[in-house]
Write a protein that binds this ligand. Sequence first.
Ligand code: AMP
Ligand code: ZN
Length: 113
Amino acid sequence: MSDCIFCKIANGEIPSQMAYEDDRIAVFHDLEPQAPVHVLMVPKKHIASLDAAEAEDSALLGHILTTVKKVAAELGLENGYRLVCNCGQDGLQTVQHLHFHLLGKRQMSWPPG
Ligand code: AMP
Ligand code: ZN
């Protein structure tokens, strides 16, 4: 997707504060952090949302989820963290490229707003 901001960040076209990167995913710090640690985990492949993911994306999604603990450890989230995926209008998704928010270094509350 040529006009997708997260595609551009993931392929290095737009500079970002990268926390982790491999051949399939990029993890960068959120511009408006909602916690002392707040990074976004995105696939390098453009997938518009969790709702748009297909069965063929299962391994990629699994790779993101199994990389969470590695990124969390590197960012010092030894006390725990929250992983959030906003999807669609009701989920308040504002960037139409699948991303998981990884938040930590503060006590979270429940329910979310
Ligand atoms: P969501 O509301 O779940 O779609 O989250 C989108 C997130 O992307 C928000 O937390 C924004 O602060 C963040 N964001 C938007 N543009 C950028 C950017 N260029 N670099 C880093 N984070 C961004
Ligand atoms: Zn994209």
